[in-house]
Unconditional design. Structure first.
Length: 273
């Protein structure tokens, strides 16, 4: 029996949150608990949710970021299998059922993700070839960009016990960081069906707050290399991509004439030459 704890982190998402919750409650698979972690919202969304869904577990914390909220949900969850759903995303009604059936047929896997539908400003957009998703030993394919969506995964707690939780020091790219640590140690099961619906384009998305997202990916790769836990093959690949990302970031720094940062990253790239 797969008992699943579903964790929805939320921060000032009153307009979206009910749709996310309804997509969980409408799942055909119902051996689950739903946990909402409110990360210090000020829009009275939680008061509204408590009235509308009185049986749902809601926990509040001071604003510490999405990683902290997800980590708290993992720690207080009752079940060994964890699923995440961002508060502005939704699931197909058979998402959990289909993933569990897939996992039952492939018992060696401890993480499973699905394909996605992308909606931006109410318009469905097509993914490009570079966004292709994969299964198996995919560490090398996860270095260039974030290929796994938090809203699409089911993960066994054994995985977190091995690689750790979300890095709360990263304000963004925290999922990219976690997927690298996971894919360096575990094969990934991929269900090639569009069962996760991701919504984007709204103003309070974290990805819109930060210029130069590659600097956080650089930190993630460098931290992984420093831990010296990669295979020889994966370390070679990681260093190659790290240098490429540093060079890309340097181009942006030079355009903005950020001299101190330029020197810092030029020295960094020499270190990995």
């Amino acid at each position: 029996m797969f008992n699943i704890s579903i964790i929805i982190p939320t921060y000032n998402r009153k307009l979206f949150l009910t749709h996310a919750i309804d997509s969980v409650l409408n799942q055909t698979y119902q051996n689950l608990e739903l946990i909402i972690i409110d990360d210090g919202s000020s829009d009275k969304s939680i008061e509204y949710i408590k009235k509308k869904y009185p049986s749902i577990k809601i926990y509040k914390q001071f604003n510490k970021g999405v990683s902290s909220a997800r980590n708290k949900g993992i720690k207080i969850s009752s079940n060994n299998w964890i699923a995440f759903l961002d508060s502005d995303d939704r699931w197909h009604p058979k998402k959990l059922e289909k993933q569990i059936n897939h996992l039952v047929k492939n018992r060696k896997y401890k993480i499973c993700h699905t394909d996605e539908i992308w909606i931006r400003k109410s318009i469905r957009i097509n993914q490009h070839k570079k966004h292709k998703k994969y299964g198996g030993l995919i560490f090398d394919k996860c270095l260039d960009m974030c290929r796994i969506s938090p809203s699409s995964v089911i993960i066994h707690k054994d995985v977190f016990n091995k690689v750790g939780l979300f890095n709360e020091k990263l304000p963004v790219c925290e999922d990219y960081d976690l997927w690298l640590r996971i894919t360096a140690n575990f094969p990934v099961l991929y269900l090639d069906e569009k069962l996760t619906i991701k919504y984007g384009g709204h103003l309070n998305q974290l990805s819109k707050k930060y210029w130069g997202m590659d600097r956080f990916r650089i930190m993630a790769i460098e931290n992984l290399i420093k831990k010296n836990s990669l295979s020889k093959k994966n370390k070679i690949i990681a260093k190659k991509i790290l240098k490429e990302k540093i060079n890309i970031y340097l181009q942006g720094l030079r355009k903005r004439k950020r001299e101190k940062e330029i020197v810092y990253y030029e020295n960094k790239i020499k270190k990995y030459a």
